[in-house]
Ligand binder design. Structure first.
Ligand code: SPV
Ligand code: MG
Length: 541
């Protein structure tokens, strides 16, 4: 992963290579991958070659690759690599004004420098039909150099001037004249190119060179000359201009031919990079590191569903299955609940079964069986599933059907303990026994989460102390879960706990601290199966 410290100016790094003592070497890269390989080998800079960039794009080295295309590649290299690029800018992509645009864009992309050559657009590679190649007029090219230097927005950006005088067959004097003129125009370095198979021509140039600027060479044809010879001659920078691509071409041709000939990759495996090497070069592990830092997941919310009881007065509906399995709209009630929970990101759902456990067997949940459900009641069931009462937990009765937004509201609460209360008091006229609650403050406005706290809970609350009905859903998180567990233990340890229910635990919490249980109000949009019994019997839902 690129570190902030690596963002030190690329132009400065390139300048140090050029202006530092001795001779430095840079190596061609034509994409971010080859740049990474070069960098890993310990080379201190990259040559972004027009020959290799164009051929990688399936084009000729005749100014066929556009400025936009090449800038994209350079951008991906500077994003990945931590060593500077000297970009082969051909003839500058047009006249002086185009070159100025190029320089600005290179500075923006943190390219260390550009080298342009004194030929005319469209140029041809120096090793191809070089005799017929045309040089740009010296003054025009000097003007282009000056324009580039005036346009740079990065003070250390390098503009190198390359003379092709020797390539087109002119003599050393002509090359020197041009190079001197370019340095006067502001060039930070001179590149003297030669197609000779030995160093003598460039050596002659160096002998006559004033030394007013660092000299760069591209020893593609005189590759056998030792680096010490270049150093003695006063060369500052050696560009190995195409070797990464040439190495790749040979290797790829071998592989392709091998597969065609043998119809198998069996014998290739040992000689090609393993796939895991690709992952390493891509920094696949860096992603894992990043995930640890940036993708810290909130611990997923889990759920406990209490579905042990048979329910009273529903004998014929629950003859073969527990209440939670009664079909509502063609689907068992519990399935609707599981669907809503999963849709809201609640994973790890535990269900406590009791009555007819074999008939309640949804997939992908943890099952607890309370064989004593008829005698130890709701708190017996909950205690059985206490191992699941940790972290962030939704606790719900298995026979409650609700619209999904109610669960969403519950999950969005930031309180340690939150319950959902229906503020309509229709159960009073209807004479239904429900989990009544008394909530602090005046009657709520709908869906308000703010500052509504449970003061008391129990089916025996008097009418004047009843604000609404707990719908059988609550959620605890963090310290709230610990508080809830402690309250559960205390209530269970008290007298008559087998007759008590979750409502008693809530009451206990509210008595201990009147601001421990947050209330979120709803009105309708939920129902419990007991109150639906008549409808279910009639088959209308
Ligand atoms: C390049 O690598 O594209 C160069 C050097 O310009 S040469 O191919 O020798 O012209
Ligand atoms: Mg080139």
């Amino acid at each position: 992963m690129k570190q902030t410290s690596d963002l030190e100016s690329n132009s400065l790094k390139l300048r140090e290579l050029l202006e530092g003592p001795g001779v430095a070497q840079i190596l061609e890269a034509h994409n971010a991958l080859s740049a990474t390989i070069v960098e890993e080998a310990g080379i201190k800079g990259l040559w972004a070659s027009s020959l290799t960039l164009s051929s990688t794009a399936g084009l000729r080295d005749n100014s066929e690759l556009t400025m936009t295309e090449v800038l994209d590649t350079l951008e991906s290299i500077t994003t990945k690599a931590n060593i500077p690029i000297l970009f082969d800018g051909d003839t500058g992509y047009g006249q002086f004004s185009h070159f100025q645009q190029l320089v600005r864009k290179l500075c923006m992309r943190r390219v260390g420098g550009v080298c342009i050559e004194d030929k005319v657009f469209p140029k041809t590679n120096s090793f191809l039909r070089s005799e017929g190649q045309e040089l740009a007029p010296t003054e025009e090219f000097a003007g282009k150099i000056r324009a580039g230097k005036d346009a740079q927005t990065d003070p250390n950006f390098i503009v190198a001037a390359r003379t092709e005088a020797l390539i087109v067959g002119l003599d050393t004097a002509a090359a020197i004249d041009r190079a001197e003129r370019y340095v006067e125009a502001g060039a930070d370095a001179v590149l003297i190119h030669s197609k000779q198979r030995n160093f003598s021509e460039v050596q002659d140039f160096m002998a006559k060179w004033s030394g007013r600027a660092p000299v760069i060479i591209v020893p593609t044809t005189y590759y056998a000359t030792p680096i010490e010879v270049f150093e003695q001659a006063g060369i500052s920078l050696v560009i190995w201009a195409n070797h990464m691509l040439r190495a790749g071409i040979g290797a790829m041709q071998n592989v392709a031919e091998h597969i065609v000939e043998r119809g198998t990759a069996r014998d290739l495996e040992d000689s090609i990079a393993p796939v895991k090497e690709i992952f390493r070069l891509q920094d696949a592990d860096g992603l894992l590191e990043g995930e640890k830092v940036y993708l810290k997941q909130e611990a997923a919310c889990s759920a406990i569903v209490l579905a042990a009881s048979r329910g009273s007065g529903m004998d014929e509906l629950t003859k073969d299955c527990p209440k939670a399995m009664i079909p509502i709209g063609g689907k068992p009630a519990i399935e609707k609940m599981l669907q809503s929970m999963r849709a809201e990101g609640v994973r790890d759902i535990s269900i406590v079964r009791g009555y007819k456990p074999e008939a309640l067997n949804p997939s992908g949940v943890t099952l607890f069986d309370n064989s004593e459900w008829a005698s130890n009641g709701e708190l017996g069931s909950l205690s059985l599933a206490k191992s699941a009462l940790k972290g962030e937990v939704v606790l719900a009765y298995g026979d409650v059907i609700f619209k999904r937004y109610i669960l969403h509201l519950l999950l969005s609460s930031d309180a340690p303990i939150t319950i959902i209360v229906d503020s309509s008091r229709s159960f009073i006229e209807e004479g239904r026994t429900v989990d009544r609650v008394h909530v602090a403050g005046p009657p709520p406005s709908l869906y308000e989460e703010s500052e509504n706290w449970l003061e008391a809970a129990g089916s025996d609350l008097t009418e004047d102390k009843t604000t609404g009905e707990w719908i059988g859903m609550l959620r605890t998180r963090g310290e709230g879960t610990e508080l809830f567990r402690a309250a559960l233990d205390e209530v269970c340890a008290g007298p008559g706990s087998d007759q008590k229910d979750v409502c008693a635990v809530l009451h206990h919490l509210a008595q201990q601290d009147p601001r421990s249980v947050r209330v979120i109000y709803v009105q309708g949009d939920w129902v419990d199966i007991n109150s639906l019994a008549d409808v279910v019997r009639s088959g209308d839902v």
